[in-house]
Every structure is written in C-alpha cells, then in structure tokens.
Design a protein around this ligand. Sequence first.
Ligand code: ATP
Length: 565
Amino acid sequence: MKFSQLADYFERLERITSRIELSEVLAEVLKNCLPEEVDKVIYLLMGEIAPPYRGLEFGLSEKLTAEATSKAYGVKISQVNDLYKKLGDLGEVALHLNQREGKGLDVVQVYQELYQVASAKGTWEKVMRLVNLLRGLSGKESKYVVRIVIGRLRLGIGEATLIEALALAFGRRSLKELIERAYNLCSDLGLVASTLFKEGVQSLESFKIQVGYPIRPALAERVSSPSEIISRLGRCALEVKYDGFRLQIHKKGKEVEIYSRNLERMTQMFPDVVSAVLELPFEELIFEGEAIAYNESTGEFYPFQITIQRKRKYDVHKYSEEYPLKLFAFDLLYLEGEDYTVKPFVERRKRLEGVVIGNSLIEPSEMIIAEEVKQVEEFFEKAIERGLEGIMAKRLDAPYTAGSRNFNWIKLKRSYKGQLSDSLDLVIVGYFYGRGNRAKLGIGAVLAAVYDRDSDTFKTVAKVGSGFTEEEWIKLKHMLDEIKLERKHPRVESTIEPDVWTEPRYVITVLADEITISPIHTAGYALRFPRAVGFIRADKNPEDATDLSEILRLYEIQRKVTVGE
Ligand code: ATP
C-alpha cells in the first residue's frame, strides 16, 4: 500500500461520525494490506510505531518538529510558528508549506523511517531523519506524519474497534473472539494481525503466550457483602487486597521485564524487584503480584501514594532503600514453557508458592480457603483492622481469564459499606466554557463518560465541574484543546452537546455521592455531585475507564446497601 493511500484513509476516517462506519472503513484499510504491511498499518492507525509497552517514543517536542518542518520545506522557523498560531495544528502547517509531489513511498518505507526517528539516540539525528522523510512526502502525507510524530493523530481508534475491523476484513465476524484471545495473550495487535495474515486462522487457534509479551490482566468484579461472595463462589480462596502497584513480571534467563496493570514497561522503576526475580531459579517465568512499600521496623504498609512515588524516573535506587518493597505474588501465568493460565486457580497457586519460596522480597499473598460466610466476614474485618483496602475472593477451579472482568475474581472493599465512596475512572469527551468566575478560564466543566466494552463506545455519565484547582483547569484546557475535534467522535454516544468536543483520550478519577437513573446521559445513569480527585490518570487508557457494566453493579450495590440499612 502506498502511504498516500493510507493518508487518504486518515482523511476519510477523520470525517466519520458513526461507530459502525468506522469499523467498516478500517476493515477496508486492512483488506488492502499485504501480510508484511498489516502490523505497521495497525500501529500507524493508532498513532504509534509499536505497542506502548515497548517504550519506543519519538521523543520530539512540538518545537523540534516545527524546526524539522522549517528545514524540510526551506522556510524560516518564524514563518512556521506564525502559521501554527493561525492554524493551531502543526500537521496543517506542514500541508500548507509542502508543495511537493512526494516520492510515492509505500507504507513500509514510511514506517521504517519513522521507526528510525524514534530509535535514533540524539535529538539532532532525530530531527534530521524527520527532515529527510518530510522531503520525500506530499503535502497530505506530511500532515499525517507530523501529527503522528507529535502524538496528535486524534483518530481515537482503540484496540476493540481494530479487532472488529480485522474480523470484518477477513469476512468473518466470528473471528473476533479468536483475535481477541490472541490479543489478550500478547497485547500486540500488530503481531496478532500479521500472524493472521501470514499464517491464517489456524495460527490464532494455536497462538501461545511468549515471555516478553505482556498478558492482559484478569480483573475483578465487585460485590456488596461477604455473603454474596459465598453465594457466587461457594468454597473459595480469600486473599488480602494490597493497595500497591500491580506488576506482571517476565523472566527469561537473565532478562527481566516488569509491566504495570496498564501494560506499561516499568522495569527501570523496580531494580530491587529485578534483583529478587533473578534469584528465582527458573529459565522462563511469568507471574503477577502487588508491590507495596512498607516500613521495615514496624512491618506496616505505606499508603499507595508512597509506593507510586517511584514513578519519578530519577533517584529510584535511593528511593528503594528508603522505602523498601514487598512483592506479594498472587498468580502464576507461565513457567518453563508451560501455559498456566489455562489451569485452575488452586493448581496455579500451589505452584506459585513453590516458585517464590525463600525469596527475600517476594512472598505469596496471604490466603485462606473459606466456605462459610462467617469466615469471609472475619477475614474481611481483620484486613480492615490492619488498615488494608479489603479482600479478594477467587474461584478455585477457574482459569486465569486474561483481559476480562468477571466473577472468577471478586473484590470486596471497605468503602462499599455505607455510600458510594468508590471512585470511578471516566473519560473526558468534551468540555463546556463555563460561566461566572470560570468564564475567564474558558473552561467550566468536562463531559465525562464510561466505557462500554460491548459496543466499544463511550457513554456519558456526568458533567464534572469541580475538584480541579484553577491551575489544573488551565492546564486541562490546554491539553484538551490539543485534542479537540470539530464534531463528536464516532465512538462517543451523547445527547448532551458540550461547547468543545474532544478525542476520548484522557481519564480522570471522579467521586460522587450517588448513582441515579438518568434519561439524559447515554450511560442510562448519572452521578450526583461528581468531583474530580487528582488530575489526569496518566496510567489509564480510555479503555481502562470504568465500564458501563461496573456502573450497573455499583448501582445495584448502592441499592442493596441502602435497602439493607
Ligand atoms: P481494576 O484493576 O479491577 O480495573 P482498579 O484499578 O480500580 O480496578 P481495584 O478496584 O482496587 O483496582 O482492584 C483490583 C486490583 O487489586 C488489582 O488490579 C490488583 O492490582 C490489586 N490487588 C491487590 N491485592 C490483590 C490480590 N491478592 N489479588 C489480585 N489483585 C490484587
């Protein structure tokens, strides 16, 4: 495929307003790909060059990209900056300045050049490589290349849409499940697509876990009471719920990689965990656990805020001495060539205990087997007394269901008793200018949505106008203006019209007093007195936001608790 053809598709995709049309056009794009192109096209459609956990970023600021544009098209940087002020989009600036025909590069060539830009070590080399690439492109092509480099493709295409499109491209909607399964095992849709294109459907049926490819995490459902745990699971495992950092650890020989709940590569943040894992005498291993900072002298755990501070990239070593970690291993996914995700929980757990035995930093999570409500109540109360968040209950005979939230795992948190104090993670889909005091800031509230996994859309649930400081509002407006859209994004469902629509990209955490039924919000529910806590959740993708089904659960739980009082 010529890159110019992909650029035409980008243009077409930008104008689409319906979710169905979006997957149909994407299917058409994929159908036109050769087997060696499809992975690259998938990354480019998502505005990337590799799955995020590879940690490969362009590392070029807007300023440097503007500089590359000025060099490529032989104009002064001041002219680029003036045009940018006028057009508000560096991609449009490139389109405006670039009068060339283009060399007719194909998708693979452009992708490889972009890959070189990202992997180049020095800034100068990056800029010069981009200059070279831009010189070989037509106006429209350069518009999209520039947008990709600065992370503003703004198409907002998620994995679920692409999975559906892939199945459609193959003419079989039923393939969706198989594609999804493979994706859950490697978190790399490019890899799944090229496997499918090169080796056919059978290759997906036999798709296997590989060390170095993160597995999409299994997630837990909520319940409102200890008795509901027993009624759903019967005899089950109960574990302490640690409020730390979920880590998925991969070991192959002397190499260790660590991924977050959100599948970001976190290896650098945890040198102490890496050393501890290297002590484990296994060649190939994937397991999961919760890392939590603790006070060595009292044995008490620190709150999440302390553990998370490691995210600062510098001083990690110093920090790991000041706040040592414990890693509570809670699941085994792969060992010495054997896929453990398909085995029942009890078997995984037993083997896991053997794997981490005697390690200084890693220990199995605290666990008991329970069959009566009273045991669950006691375990829960004890956990709360110790200042822990709550407990997790696990179905004894269940496999590890990668990438799915179901009742194989159940979380019971302290906050559920009483009111809706569990927070929700919502995606911003637009904003309102605001009145009164806020008018001067140009933003007064954001329109926020939950994710509906079934339809791969975002459905509104609240207008959030409080919780941010004035500086945060200013920063937020700036961030949202960079991803604003002329019309509602095709994956957003809303009857409310904000002043500015945005790409569904940023996730915020929101607290509310209550969930109510709503005829206006497309989620069917609304939040009473919603307020933001913290700022943008950099660790969450839009698809990691609270799911529509969770709202439903929370609503039911709230009703039960209220009725029960
Ligand atoms: P979720 O991860 O379910 O989307 P969330 O990010 O809001 O939701 P929680 O609702 O707090 O997280 O609960 C699930 C998380 O609890 C897991 O992702 C994991 O990080 C953590 N956790 C702590 N202890 C355990 C345990 N023993 N077993 C499994 N998970 C645990």
